[in-house]
Design a protein around this ligand. Structure first.
Ligand code: BGC
Ligand code: CA
Length: 636
């Protein structure tokens, strides 16, 4: 008979089997052969009874057989049809009297006789309570059972229960130990509390982390030392961990030192023949390394006997290789395929260059001016000529340098206004001023500004010479400017007006009372000439300040008045200053009744000695006089 398997549930098993099919939930069950026979003993037999005896008992038995159908098709069919099978035939002879209220062999229950079962035993859950009943087909009916909400009912259904039996509320060791690495079997105590005794943090030995069940794990010694491991405070050396996560005290010694033949100090890479786990391969990180490391007297690795033979694939280009890995020995697509090639070279497993990924790109040297950085490329000058580069009229051959810049060295020079160079007949050309500056063009080193060039002729209108003391022009801040920077000549080196000894200064003017060369008073005309001989003029009094200055000096004089530069000689009655200046708002302080032109012969004005007033008098009268010096302004 062909063996067949099906998954049958506990409920069906409970319903269909009184005994013999003690299957746990979701176990694979062989539904052919012997189990079919077991089923037949309980169900097909009943079916057989139904089929053979008919009547009431037959129906329910058939129904039971039907219930078993999903698990045991043949048994169900046998029960329903009552066809003569091995067990059916037997059942037909010994029919179970289901319905007689007594528990007969093969019956889970019958009527009120539940065979001692309770909700708890029938469901396998100790907390189940309620009414367990028996169907008319003598099958246990647990539909009246309910969870009793007690610890132990197998369902974590109370707030006080962390778990209940197999119901762990989906908790895991990771939750119980609050560690994501925790693994193992989490269980539930009889008091419905989680039991993490089967959990451990981290996986097994070898995870580099000492777990509670390990003495150590790799370099994690859990703080143990030779002294602690051997319980001897004098022990030193190197404590290590075996692959089995046991402490290895073999390198622990009383007095470790370099030379004791054991790598037992952190400061030692090795000691004698004890290289630890080191090999040429590990120390050179190259599986092709050969040889054996040695250990120096200072307990350091000596790789002198280690070597790595060159081979294709060592990522280093050997002389016999065109490339190796990314090492192309400086070769590029351009060097392999020529200018104008870019992209990435490839290196085959045979250490030969592959150019499949090279692409054609623009490059200096490809003979075409095709990059913004190129002025030209080979014979492609982009239309440039000697004339366009050097200037109109230039002849010769323009060439292209290897770096794709134009070379005009073979072009002839051209001379014309506009070529940017001063040629014969030009004083300038563009920005070329032939070395001229505002200073040289204006002939004054103080000149500033900028020259310009118009039609190859210099234009100096943008140049100027800033005012300065000594330029002979009165500028702001100067009292005078006599065109030099010498002092003692009436205008100082800093352009301050200089008065003669004894003179008074008012503003920028000098004032002084004078006599003729013999020290005597003189006529108005003599006085005028004397003042002019000193670079001055008879004083012109056109302000109260000037009048006060003269009067302050004259008051107390008890002789005669002093000539001033005021006359009506030209037109009788019309008085004017000899400099031509106007009196402006200043009213000449004539004495009462003056000017009266007494005797028809008074055309010159005098400053009276007894009053701060004036009088007209005869110009021939001999008087002392006042001279006034104007600020000196003299262009050199
Ligand atoms: C008169 C003046 C006159 C003067 C001449 C005075 O007595 O008042 O007007 O100019 O003599 O000396
Ligand atoms: Ca008078």
């Amino acid at each position: 008979m062909l063996a067949r398997f099906a998954w049958i549930s506990t409920a069906l098993v409970l319903a269909a089997c009184a005994e013999g099919m003690a299957s746990s939930e979701d176990e694979p069950v062989d539904t052919s052969g012997s189990s079919g026979e077991a089923g037949a003993s309980g169900l097909a037999g009943a079916g057989g009874a139904g089929g053979g005896a008919g009547g009431i008992a037959g129906g329910p038995a058939g129904a039971a057989g039907k219930a078993g159908a999903p698990a045991s098709g043949s048994a169900g069919v046998a029960g329903q049809a009552g066809s003569p099978q091995k067990a059916g035939g037997a059942g037909g002879a010994t029919a179970t009297p289901c319905g007689n209220g007594k528990l007969d062999a093969g019956e889970p229950c019958d009527g009120a006789d539940l065979g001692g079962e309770t909700c708890a035993t029938a469901t396998g859950k100790p907390g189940m309570v309620g009414e367990l009943t028996c169907t008319a087909a003598c099958a246990i009916d647990t539909s009246g059972c309910t969870a009793g909400l007690s610890c132990g009912d197998g369902v974590a259904n109370q707030a006080s229960e962390d778990c209940d039996g197999g119901d762990l509320r989906k908790k895991t060791c990771a939750d119980a130990l609050s560690n994501a690495a925790a693994q193992g079997a989490l269980a539930c105590t009889a008091q419905c509390k989680l039991d993490a005794s089967g959990c451990s943090i981290g996986p097994a030995c070898g995870d580099q982390k000492k777990d509670p069940n390990e003495e150590c794990d790799a370099k994690d010694l859990g703080g143990a030392t030779c002294a602690s491991a051997l319980n001897d405070p004098d022990m030193q050396g190197t404590l290590s961990c075996t692959p089995g996560c046991k402490l290895d005290e073999s390198k622990c010694v009383k007095n470790p030192k370099c030379g004791d033949g054991a790598k037992n100090q952190a400061s030692e890479q090795c000691d004698g023949a004890d290289l630890g786990q080191a090999t040429c391969k590990s120390l050179l990180s190259d599986v092709n390394a050969t040889g054996t490391p040695k250990c120096t007297a200072a307990c350091a690795y000596d790789l002198g006997d280690c070597s790595v033979p060159a081979y294709c694939g060592d990522k280093k280009k050997a002389a016999s290789e065109a490339c190796d890995g990314a090492d192309f020995g400086g070769a590029t697509c351009a060097s392999v395929l020529g200018p104008g090639h870019g992209g990435a070279l490839g290196c085959g497993s045979d250490c030969k260059i592959q150019t499949a990924n090279c692409v054609v790109v623009a490059a200096c040297g490809d003979g075409t001016k095709n990059q913004a950085s190129e002025q030209c490329d080979g014979a492609d000058h982009g239309g440039a000529t000697c004339s366009s580069i050097v200037g109109q009229g230039s002849q010769g051959q323009l060439t292209c340098n290897a770096d794709c810049t134009l070379n005009a060295s073979a072009c002839t020079a051209s001379a014309f206004c506009g070529n940017g160079k001063v040629d014969a007949g030009e004083s300038c050309d563009g920005a070329d001023f032939g070395g001229k500056t505002c200073a040289t063009v204006l002939g004054d080193s103080k000149a500033t500004g900028s020259l310009s060039c118009s039609s190859c002729a210099l234009v100096s209108s943008g140049c100027s010479i800033p005012p300065y003391c000594g330029d002979g022009k009165l500028a702001a801040g100067e009292e005078c400017d006599d065109g030099n920077v010498a002092g003692g000549d009436g205008c100082s080196a800093t352009c301050v007006a200089e008065c003669l000894p004894g003179e008074l200064k008012l503003g920028t003017h000098c004032y002084g009372e004078y006599a003729d060369t013999s020290g005597n008073p003189t006529s108005w005309d003599g006085a005028k000439a004397a003042c002019e001989g000193m670079g001055r003029h008879l004083v012109t009094i056109t302000s109260s300040a000037e009048a006060d200055l003269v009067w302050d000096e004259m008051s107390g004089v008890t002789t005669q008045g002093r000539w001033i530069g005021y006359t009506d000689r030209a037109v009788e009655g019309t008085w004017s200053w000899i400099t031509g200046e106007a009196s402006g708002g200043f009213i000449p302080p004539w004495d009462s009744g003056e000017p009266n032109d007494a005797g028809g012969n008074e055309d010159c004005a005098e400053f009276l000695y007894s009053y701060r007033l004036w009088n007209d008098n005869s110009c021939s009268r001999a008087l002392y006089f006042w001279c006034e010096a104007e600020p000196i302004v003299k262009f050199p």
